[in-house]
Design a protein around this ligand. Sequence first.
Ligand SMILES: [Zn+2]
Ligand SMILES: [Zn+2]
Length: 288
Amino acid sequence: MAGFDMHVHSTASDGANDPASLVMMAKEQGLLGMALTDHDTVDGISEAAAKAKKIDFPLIAGIEFSSEQNERDVHILGYWFDPEKISANKQVKDMQDARYQRCYEIVARLGRLGFDLDADQIVASAGANGSLGRPHIAMAMVDAGYCSNIKEAFNKWLGRGMPGYVPRRKLDPFEAIEIILSADGIPVLAHPGITGMPDGFISVLARAGLGGIEVYHPDHNFAAVRKYLQIAHRLRLPATGGSDFHIQGVRSLGCRITTVKQLSLLAQKREELLGKHVPDDNIPHGNI
Ligand SMILES: [Zn+2]
Ligand SMILES: [Zn+2]
């Protein structure tokens, strides 16, 4: 079934393809549309939107906040916001600055461990506006011959608990939801099945203004899809789907989609959320 791929990463964060080529690929693949959802940045959106306009392909402005609750990843996707409001947000700006500081800290730490890496070059490799992250440092380690691949760089040096790991201050999911709503977008919980958060936490997020659940994700097995579909139904939240595409060969673009019907429910939910200030009147309060 054709539909919208609502979860796609570009070179503006940690994807391998630039925003314009992703739009081309999505069209060629017969998708009805796509949302560009880079990690913590909207920098790829204008390029994607320009291409989409040129080839007459529906593009939805999106983002994926890599937020965290009690050291557990709780990623929040956002759609249909005003990108300028997101990039002007102080918390978003602070977070982007923190990415740079962290890169220099990690490189300094790796330097003490005997690795000779150039932080300025790594920053440059992420692009002037790119969402700099550990994958860029891992790539530099591979290029310098210190590791044979990115996975090894993470497993031995950069992963949580490894000698080169420096924690990064992240948003919590409630902050992410608030940032998206205040930019007139709708927040959607990304791949809850990956992080295995307690189910009750989803109803807490719903009370805080969550507008949907990404039920269809390549890392969700059948049981997970069924479970999150039930939760979405119970909380009256639309279900969405997307490929979480980063690079060819891992997850394929369009392998999970949001149908037109689901998309229109999501658009309705957005109206509902933005139409009122305290978005918890008609959402059942589950057990926490
Ligand atoms: Zn994610
Ligand atoms: Zn993602």
